[in-house]
Design a protein around this ligand. Sequence first.
Ligand SMILES: C[S@@+](CC[C@H](N)C(=O)[O-])C[C@H]1O[C@@H](n2cnc3c(N)ncnc32)[C@H](O)[C@@H]1O
Length: 224
Amino acid sequence: MTKIVGPIFTGRSWEEYQKMFHLEEWELKNQSFLDCAAGASSFAAYLANQGGDVRAVDRLYDQDPQILRSLCQEHLEALIKSLEPIKKEFDWTYFRDLEHLQKHRYGSCQEFYQDYSQNRHRYIQGDLTRLPFDDDQFDIVLCSHLLFIYDHRLDLDFHLRVLEEMFRVAGEEVRIYPLVKHKKRKSEFLKPVWERLSEVAELELVKVDYQFRRGGDQMLVMRK
Ligand SMILES: C[S@@+](CC[C@H](N)C(=O)[O-])C[C@H]1O[C@@H](n2cnc3c(N)ncnc32)[C@H](O)[C@@H]1O
């Protein structure tokens, strides 16, 4: 089995994004979006197909499409195997079971692969600590499943730098999901992040209509 040492390269679907970030139709139609650490998510592909204004950034977007497709499949298989013994810790409302989860994520991976192969301009290679974008370039900046869940590998300084950087390129707001790693406990970084960022941003915890990690039904919103 593949041993995954860092943040894995998989992707959630646009439906999951819509729920995790409480995205409304008018926003999807009228706002510009940046998906940060977008991985193999199908959010950008879907939204662009609907005529939306969207870019995605990830540190691996300098890789060839075939390489990213293989990586996504490999990480997805490893993820499913690693979830088997701990599946009771998750909420099986959105996904029926592991098979359903795997199919759904595989679909996102395929959609991503097609769009990434044909529309490379939408996918920008970059590190979240130094985003290659102007101040206020996007209305809404999203970040799913990187911050607060790898807090054993990514330290508080990394979290603060990334949050400040995403806030810099956001014209209106930044939304981050999830805030809970496991056992319904919020990341211990949330408190120091809140204290530091409330000096520059209006912060709010917003309940969302999505939960896979138990207790993970809130996003953090940073507004200008
Ligand atoms: C678990 S995946 C999440 C993908 C997607 N956002 C989702 O929710 O399905 C984490 C992603 O973060 C990317 N990543 C990790 N560290 C990064 C960094 N410093 N800058 C940019 N991307 C990074 C990885 O390459 C990977 O694609």
